[in-house]
Write a protein of this length. Structure first.
Length: 320
C-alpha cells in the first residue's frame, strides 16, 4: 500500500475535473469520454513522494489509516489532507474499498462547522501561527474532491452531505473563523488562516478551488458554482503576483534565473525577504496551472506553467 507525503506534512494530489469554458464563470458540460460524468483522478507523474511507502515518515493505524510525521513537532498525527489524498490515490486505481475507508474517516472526523481539524500546532518564526485544532483550505478542497467522487460510486448520500458541509468554511471570511481571505479585492482560500499574518499560499488556494469545482460540477451545487466563479476570477487577477523577476533580494537563494515563483505572499525577516519557492513546490504549482488550463481553457495558466518550468531548467545550484 502506498501513501502520499511531501514537505511540511501537507501532501498534494490534484484531481482532474470537467472543463469549463474560457470565461471566468461559466461551467460547461463534461466532455465526452468521461464515464457517467465522473472526472478521473489526476496524479502528477513528477511527484516522487506519491509512491512513498510506510516507514520513517508514514505510519498506519490498525484500520490502515495513514499518519504522517509533523515536521514542527516530530510526532505522528492524522492529517485530513493526507487521508483525503490517500483516498484519491485509491480512487484513481479503482481501489474503492480503500477510498471508501478514507471517505468514512473524513466523515467521522468532520467538525460541526464542516471543517476537518488538524490536531497539531503549526507556526513559522516571525510569521503565522495556528494552534490545534485548526482548519486548512487544502484539507477542505481535497476532502471535497474525494467525497463527491465516492458519492458518484456509491450513491451514499452521507458523502455528498459531507462535501457540501465542507464547503462552508471556504465561504466564511478568515476574520469570522473561516478560510476565505481577501487578495486585491478578490477572494483567496487560505491554507493557513491566521488573521494576524495573511499569507496567501498559492498551492493551498488552488487545491481548494479544484475541490470547489468538483462539487460544482459533480455535485451540481449552486453555492459551489458561485464560489468557483469568484475564486477562479480572483486567481486569474492575481497570477502575476506570484512571479518575481531579478534583481532579487540579497538573501534570496543563490543561482535563481531571471524569473522565479513565490510560495506565498507573506514576507519574512528584517528586511523583508519574499518567500521564494523551492523546486519541488514549484513543480506542484506548474501542475496546478496545467490543471487549471485543462478545466478552463484559459491559456494564461498554461503559459505560466511553461515560464516556471523554463525557469527550473535555468536554475543553477552553487558549487561546493
Amino acid at each position: 500500500m502506498q501513501f502520499t507525503h511531501l514537505a511540511a506534512s501537507l501532501v498534494f494530489l490534484m484531481t482532474a475535473g470537467p472543463f469549463v469554458d474560457g470565461s471566468a464563470g461559466s461551467i460547461a458540460p463534461t466532455p465526452a469520454g468521461r464515464v457517467d460524468g465522473v472526472p478521473e483522478a489526476f496524479m502528477p507523474a513528477r511527484f516522487a513522494g506519491y509512491t512513498l511507502n510506510p516507514g520513517d515518515t508514514v505510519r498506519v493505524d490498525e484500520d490502515g489509516i495513514p499518519r504522517v510525521i509533523i515536521w514542527s513537532t516530530g510526532t505522528f498525527n492524522y492529517n485530513p489532507t493526507t487521508v483525503a489524498q490517500w483516498g484519491l490515490g485509491a480512487y484513481a486505481r479503482a481501489e474503492f474499498e480503500t477510498a471508501r475507508k478514507a471517505s468514512d474517516w473524513l466523515i467521522q472526523n468532520q467538525s460541526a462547522n464542516g471543517g476537518f481539524p488538524l490536531t497539531f500546532d503549526h507556526a513559522i518564526p516571525g510569521g503565522y501561527s495556528v494552534t490545534a485544532p485548526w482548519y486548512s483550505a487544502i484539507s477542505q478542497g481535497n476532502a471535497i474532491s474525494l467525497l463527491v467522487r465516492m458519492w458518484k460510486v456509491d450513491r451514499n448520500p452521507s458523502y455528498l452531505r459531507s462535501a457540501k458541509r465542507a464547503l462552508r468554511l471556504l465561504a466564511v471570511p478568515v476574520a469570522a473563523g473561516g478560510l476565505q481571505g481577501e487578495l486585491n479585492g478578490g477572494i483567496w482560500f487560505e491554507m493557513v488562516a491566521d488573521p494576524r499574518y495573511p499569507n496567501h499560499i498559492f498551492n493551498g488556494s488552488v487545491f481548494a478551488l479544484l475541490g470547489v469545482h468538483d462539487l460544482a460540477v459533480i455535485g451540481d451545487d449552486a453555492e459551489a458554482q458561485a464560489l468557483w466563479r469568484a475564486g477562479e476570477a480572483s486567481l486569474r487577477a492575481n497570477l502575476s503576483a506570484f512571479t518575481v523577476r531579478a534583481p532579487f533580494h540579497p538573501d534570496a537563494p543563490p543561482g535563481l534565473p531571471d524569473r522565479w515563483a513565490l510560495y506565498d505572499l507573506q514576507v519574512n525577516g528584517f528586511p523583508a525577504v519574499p518567500n521564494y519557492i523551492g523546486e519541488s513546490y514549484m513543480l506542484v504549482q506548474c501542475e496546478l496551472m496545467d490543471e487549471m488550463a485543462r478545466r478552463t481553457h484559459y491559456q494564461d495558466y498554461a503559459q505560466l506553467a511553461k515560464i516556471w518550468r523554463h525557469s527550473l531548467t535555468l536554475h543553477t545550484e552553487p558549487k561546493a
